[in-house]
Structures are given as C-alpha cells and as structure tokens.
Design a protein around this ligand. Sequence first.
Ligand code: ZN
Length: 418
Amino acid sequence: MPQSMDMTVDIGEGALDRFSAWCAARPVTGTIRIVADLRTWEALGSEADAALRRRGLAASRTIIAGEHPVAGGEAVLRLLADSRDNESLLVAAGSGTITDIVRFVASRIGKDFVSLPSAPCVDAYASSASALILGGAKATIPAAHPAAVFADTRILAAAPAAMIAAGFGDMLCKLSALADWRLGALLWDEPFDEAVAQRSERAARCAIEAVDSIGAKEAGGIEVLMGALVESGLCMAAAGHSRPASGAEHHFSHFWEAERLRAGQAPILHGLKVAIGTIMAAGLWERVARLSRDQAATLLAGQGPTDEATGIAQIRALFPSSADEVIATQAGFLSLGAAGWAGLTGDIIDNWERIQAIAAGVPGVPAVRDLLARSGCPVDAREIGLGEADLSRAMAGAHWQRDRFTVAKLAGALFGSR
Ligand SMILES: [Zn+2]
C-alpha cells in the first residue's frame, strides 16, 4: 500500500474491505462516524458501514441533508452536533462537498479522518484545505489532509458519467495550469518547483492516455483517473499552494461558481466548469503562440498599465461580495504604473522564446475539445448552463481573482482584454 507523507493511499478493487481492515488495525480505540449525503450513503456509506461491522467495529452516521448538499454552516453544525467525545475517527463517504465538511470539522475537533471517494470527480480528496461557503462566498480554509484515502474502483465506476467526465476535466486542465505556473514564475516571481510541476504533468498525461477507457467507465481507466486526481492533490500539498493544479481555467470556474452562488442558481460540477475554462485558456495560449517577438512588442507598445481606479471599479462590479479582498490581492497589478508596466513588458519581450516554449506545451483548442468529448465531458458551455455573457464576463474579469500571472493576464497585456 503506497504511503504519501503520512497518508495511506489505496486505489483499486476491494479498497473498501481494506479500509475496514485498516480501521481494525488502528491502535487508537474509539468509535467511528461515517458522514455521507443521502445519495452517497446509498452508493458507498452503507457498504462502508457493513464492512466495518463485519470486523466487529461500531459506526455511527451523519447524513447531510439536501439534494445538493452545501459545504457550509448548516452542514458543519450538523456534524459538530452529532459528534461524540468517544469517537476517534471520522469517515467522509462522498465527493468533494462531504470531504470538505469532514476535513474542516475533523481538523477543528482534533480527530483523524479517512476519505472514501464516491466518484473520481475532483482532485481535492488528498488536499489539506477545505472549500467552504462562508458569508455567501466560497472560502478556502486550511484544515487537515486525510489520514488515508481508500478509493474502491467498483464504487467509482458506478458514479454518474458526468462526475467521471468532471474528474477528467480537472486533470486535463493541468497542462494549461502548469503553463500558467511557469509563466508566473518567469514574469511575476511566483514560487516554482520543477519537480512538483513534472509530477503534476505526469499525472495529467496518464489520465490523457487513458481517456477512452475513462469515457467507457472501465475499471482500468477509472483507477488511472483516481490515481491522477490524488497525485494532483499531493502535488498541491507538496508545493504548499494550488499552482500545480490550478491556473486561469480554474479562475474562470471560480468566477462562475461565485456568480451562481450569489444568484441562488444550482451549482455546476467543478470539473465541468474547469473543462470549459480549459478550452478558453487553450484559446488564449493559441493566440499567444501565433505571435512573433516583433508582433508581441508592437501589441505591447499599443497597450498600457490598467488605470488603478478603473481596475478597482471593475473589481467592485464583478466581485460584489469579496471586492475588498480581491483589491488587496491585486495590489501589485493595480499599482503597476508606468515604470512597472515598462519592466513587465520588457520582461515579456526579452523572454518571448521561453514564453513560446511554455505555450508549445499546451494542447490546442481542437485537441482539448477532442479529449474532453472522448471522456464524455460537455464541450459546449450551454450544455452546462453557461451562456455567452458568462464566458465573456469571465474572460474579462476572472483574472482579478488571484494574485497570479496567468495567460489571462498575459493576454490582457497583449490584446487589452482587461
Ligand atoms: Zn480543480
């Protein structure tokens, strides 16, 4: 069984049984609480419960209510209210939402938790941060990584096709996310780790090679996809930030997620939004890749730094519930000024060959669309409920969300789409 950091990772047929054996072998005494939603209790939690009972272990349960459970105050309170002092282990039997709730509560009450993924839909299982809804907006809150991840491929392969496709979307995106990370290191002095970047790229390429098997929901492909998603989470943990797994495509996705949350609209699976964002990011990289150094220099000479007041007004309009926070993280870009702009554009021109080499590592739009379609992932934004206006607002403003120099920032400098 592979060990990563101090985490046990077991992906494969029969992992649920090995989960119960792992629990039985734990030196710590105390009972176990399984946390699920109604759907994941049916698909997974009840089986985990039965596996524990076969080994003579008692388990209590918390079922998070609702058709679309939310990782927010109500669910956190539910779990805290149910928890008992004599429990030594929490078990998250579900996808990202259930895992985020359990991860947060377990870290705050000082207990270990185990992740039992119900679907290979997201790369956050092995992560140590919880994405929670706080004050009507999504917040990433430091918590704890699981003591173990047991992902049974029989359960994962039975997950809805859209969730499997979403997981593929959350892996394919790594190629443009990594290009953004390299760009940020080159032009904005962002922290970079070559070894982690290569691990993340290898994980993405493994998933890409298995795309047809993933699209067919074959056990082999599902195992590769889940392994890649867990590896991506471990890359983020190793780097200490999300750059190995998240670039402009994730900023587009986070932007739509926040807008829909404010409007009270039903959520869209993370990986499906990321997939559409990946097509958009690939389009921006294609535009960059077509330019010669001279053409880039000419375009940059026709642009200038974002006027601070204009940038702040744009942020206030696009991020009404988190504007002050966004403005604070964007201080470096908002106060760039003429001297900063001259330095930045000089760096872009001086490094044009390296930028071209980075762009060459990103699959083009047709390749991205083809791979997504083969995994079963929608490639038309309208299929997941996003319209033209959503795409253009994200294209213009999503880059403000994070203090990172992605292809969206570079395209803004070159083409003025800020
Ligand atoms: Zn993601």
